[in-house]
Each structure stands twice: as C-alpha cells, then as structure tokens.
Design a protein around this ligand. Structure first.
Ligand code: G3P
Ligand code: MG
Length: 255
C-alpha cells in the first residue's frame, strides 16, 4: 500500500550501505547488486567534500573504505574522484569509484530502487550538510519518487526541512530518547529509525499509536526479521540481502 505521506509503499527491506555485505559499502556496485537480487530499496550515507559536494561514504576518514588518506571534508572533489572505493573490500572490486550523490540518484532511478539517503555530516558541518543534501535530493529526484531522508543529526534534519520542506524525513537514533515522539513531531518527520537493540514493546506501541513507521538496523538473520515484522516493525536495514530480501522471507511486496 502506498504510504500517504511518503508517496510510495514502504518496502520491508532496505539494503544497508548500498549493497549490504555483498559489495564495497556505499558504491554503485552495491546498488547494482541490490537491484539484481530483487531488493526494492537501498540505504546509503552521504557526506560533503571540501568543495561542499555530497558523496557516498560512511566514515569521516577515507582510510577504512578507500585508498585515500585523511578527512572527507578536507578532500576536494578532484581528489575524491580518483579514489578506489572497491579494492579494500575485495580485489574483484578494484577500480570501483567513490560515487557522488548525483551518480547514485541516477542509478537508483535507472534500476527502479527507492532510497533512504542518510545525511552523515562530518562534525561541525551538520546544518550545511543537511541543507546541501536536501537541495540536491530535490533536484536529482525531480519527477521521481523522493527518497526518505534520515540522519542521526537533528540539526542536519532541521536544515534539510528548511531547505526542501517537501522531503520525507526520518529521525534516526541508536536509542530513541524518551521524548522521541515530540522530536519527530517538531521536525515534521515521517518515520523513526533505530538500532534493533533498542526495539521494545513500549516503543512499538507508541510508534503504532502515532502511526509512525519504525525502521531498524541492522538485521541480518531472516528469522529475527520475521519476528520483528510480526511485532510491528515496518522495515529493516540489512547487510544480508542474499537471504533477507522480501522474496526470501516469503513476504508479499507492499506494492
Ligand atoms: O540508517 C541506518 C543505518 O545505516 C545507521 O547506521 O552507521 O550504518 O550509518 P550506519
Ligand atoms: Mg547509514
């Protein structure tokens, strides 16, 4: 069923960091694998370069996932463009570039993937990142289903809301604070995202009563996913998209 405010049916499973564990994280290779395996939605992380451009990457530092050195926010677009974001994961992915948000947006639309864009600001760049990512998302997905935009940073979400009020927002917490419902309301957010370890009956009851879909990360066990759905969790982020797609779980697509 199409979610009234989201504008598209919320899928049960989002490939985490692009292609989950099957590809280098936050790469176009990951998006292609997710689509190939029948996933209908992907989540990825977006951070700004020194030039203020949005790129797909999780860490503030380049070292873990690429052959670069130093901080993303201190590296120019020109220097990011030549990095290898695949070889650290496996030599078979050598030469895989670090994608821009624009490249990821194009590919998601080509492949028919819905997206959850997680704004991942470097410390001190929360508002700027929220503002830039929201403006780019509006432009890159013009005429298509808008992605769900989430962040651990409420400042980034507030800036995104101000820059592009039409974007569907998700509040993301490792563990939702006691006043999460008021915070979701203040930001005009649509969804609540949290760590699976924070899901409890009280949270589920409150979210259900407020008609706020609860999405949780990271769920890699199919039986755990099914149990969460039975308890009322709307969707999960998973690294194991090889065994946890909606078809693998015997779920009817939401639409
Ligand atoms: O958005 C859900 C999840 O991706 C949050 O954690 O650290 O994998 O970005 P992280
Ligand atoms: Mg993420």
């Amino acid at each position: 069923m199409i979610h009234r405010r989201l504008g598209w049916p919320l899928p049960r499973v989002f490939a985490h960091r692009g292609g989950g564990a099957l590809a280098p994280e936050n790469t176009l290779a990951g998006l292609r694998i997710a689509a190939r395996l029948g996933l209908r939605a992907v989540e990825f992380d977006v951070m700004l370069s020194a030039d203020g451009s949005p790129w797909l990457i999780h860490d503030e530092a380049l070292e873990r996932t690429s052959n670069g050195v130093g901080r993303v926010c201190a590296t120019t677009d020109g220097d990011l463009r030549v990095l290898d974001a695949g070889a650290r994961r496996h030599p078979a992915f050598a030469g895989e570039p670090l994608p821009t948000l624009a490249a990821a947006a194009r590919l998601c639309q080509q492949l028919g993937l819905r997206a959850n864009v997680e704004i991942k600001p470097a410390a001190g760049f929360e508002r700027l990142t929220g503002d830039v990512v929201a403006r780019e998302v509006r432009q890159l997905w013009a005429g298509a289903d808008l992605p769900l935009v989430s962040s651990f940073s409420e400042s980034a979400l507030a800036a995104a809301r101000a820059a592009a009020p039409e974007l569907p927002l998700g509040c993301l917490y490792e563990c939702p604070p006691a006043d999460w419902l008021a915070r979701v309301g203040a930001l005009g957010a649509l969804t609540l995202h949290c760590a699976v370890s924070s899901v409890d009956d009280d949270l589920l009851r409150t979210a259900h009563a407020a008609a706020i879909p609860l999405l949780c990360y990271t769920v890699n066990d199919p039986l755990a996913a099914i149990a969460l759905f039975q308890r009322g969790v709307a969707a999960v982020f998973s690294d194991r998209i090889d065994c946890l797609g909606e078809a693998d779980l015997g779920l009817r697509p939401a639409g």
